[in-house]
Design a protein around this ligand. Structure first.
Ligand SMILES: Cc1ncc(COP(=O)(O)O)c(C=O)c1O
Length: 423
């Protein structure tokens, strides 16, 4: 676990390989005044300056992709140049140990062991490996919710169509009435035939944080596989998969972890690894691969991306995941509080920290959502998402997701822009 700049330098194969932006960042971090808690504005301004985002852009789209910081980007570009200048097997030999180092770091960040970690391409892939790979037979049941992402919903349903097992979807109420009710809704839908519960840690639809520990405790007691879609929590919340007790967890590097595009992580609890079939088998695959490595043999990979993912994990660890979560929550809460005070705004995300994370969604009553969304972009360069209604409780709305590269001042400007739209 990296706790200090000194630890960080010790963890590298050679400090000479570091681009100047890394050195500058770690020096600034060490010299930063005050405690780096969520309210230290000077500290977070320094963090914000690490991101080469366009001037004037208010980027509130973390649920989709996040920008990489300059130090992460520079480490990626450096290795990419090196790869393209010399793509020989000999020059690429260094990537196997780098991938193992990344695996160990991901394990440390998520509270797992290295053998339980696969380096995938994104959450969709991780969700599909699980949805395709668990042995299920006709009559078995898989429980999902009606706020699951398609990669953790259509994936199960498509397989069920071919193989005859049943996928049951639990309806979610918005705003979430409470942790007990969320838990109860799922527990009541379980039958003796339920083999899998597959839920979303924080939903991309309206930002509900599910009581996943309680759910995992319940599932474990009945031998039910509990899969967690972590797309909206990895890099946003201080996630510990062992403390949660889930059987598998899938996430992307390019969302809240501020890593490279098309990189991801799949955790599978060690006792469950022998039960999961890999979806893709190609050159390099073998029955002798240890642990979750058998889920990441996907053909030729973009090796330099491993270094960028590794750098993104370093970046998070240097800031500390606890501090990152606290700052992200401070920004998200500030936004929610301001939206809640506007009479024409209906906040579709819960305020309570135990029921929400960084995803914030709202709608403006009696207004055209598309027009409001377009106006935020064209008049204010606020980048979020317009998300459609998908179920009775997931209404059309605007989703804005702040992260550590945003400032309180940007939250104020965003709230003022929404206020302007409400007339
Ligand atoms: C909850 C959830 N799961 C899965 C995904 C898919 O992520 P990716 O496109 O990185 O595979 C998303 C994307 O937004 C998501 O929000």
């Amino acid at each position: 676990m990296i706790r200090s700049r000194r630890d960080f330098f010790r963890s590298l194969p050679g400090a000479a390989a570091l681009p100047s932006s890394w050195v500058a960042f770690t020096r600034t971090l060490e010299a930063a005044p005050g405690i780096p808690d969520a309210t230290n504005e000077a500290y977070w301004r320094m963090v914000q300056r690490q991101f080469p985002l366009e001037d004037g852009l208010i980027f509130l789209h973390a649920a989709n992709v996040c920008p990489a910081s300059r130090p992460v980007l520079d480490r990626y570009v450096e290795f990419l140049r090196d790869f393209e200048a010399n793509p020989s097997f000999q020059n690429r030999e260094k990537y196997d140990p780098l991938q193992e180092r990344l695996r160990r770091k991901l394990a440390a960040v998520l509270g797992a062991s290295a053998d339980e970690i696969a380096v995938t391409r994104n959450t969709s892939e991780g969700n599909n490996v699980v949805a395709k790979g668990i042995d299920l037979k006709a009559g078995d049941e898989v429980l999902i919710t009606d706020h699951n992402h398609p990669s953790n919903e259509a994936s199960w349903k498509m397989r069920a169509k071919r193989e005859g097992f049943v996928v049951r979807s639990v309806p979610v109420t918005i705003p979430a009435p409470g942790c007990e009710q969320l838990l109860d809704g799922i527990v009541r839908a379980v039958t003796p035939r339920t083999k899998v519960i597959a839920v979303t840690h924080v939903t991309n639809t309206t930002g509900i944080l599910f009581p996943v520990k309680e759910l995992a405790d319940f599932a474990r007691g009945r031998g039910i596989w509990m899969h967690l879609d972590g797309a909206q929590t990895f890099g946003a919340l201080d996630v510990n998969v062992r403390a949660i007790g889930c059987d598998s967890y899938a996430a992307s590097a390019h969302k809240w972890a501020m890593g490279p595009l098309e990189a991801g992580v799949l955790y599978v609890r060690s006792e469950r690894i022998p039960e999961l079939w890999p979806s893709i088998v190609t050159a390099g695959w073998s029955d002798r691969l240890v642990g979750a490595r058998k889920f990441e043999v996907l053909g030729q990979r973009d090796n330099p991306r491993v270094v960028a993912f590794d750098a993104a994990v370093d970046f998070l660890q240097l800031l500390s995941m606890k501090n990152v979560e606290a700052r992200m929550r401070l920004l998200a809460n500030a936004l929610k509080q301001k939206l809640r005070e506007m009479p024409r705004v209906q906040l579709l995300t819960n305020l309570e920290p135990q029921l929400s994370g960084g995803v914030v969604k709202f709608r403006i009553r009696d207004a055209d959502t598309r027009r409001a969304y377009d106006a935020l972009w064209s008049r204010h360069r606020i980048s979020g998402a317009m998300t459609p209604a998908t179920t009775a409780s997931n209404q059309e709305g605007i989703r804005l997701c702040p992260h550590i590269y945003n400032s309180l001042e940007q939250i104020d400007r965003t709230a003022a822009a929404v206020q302007e739209l409400t007339g």
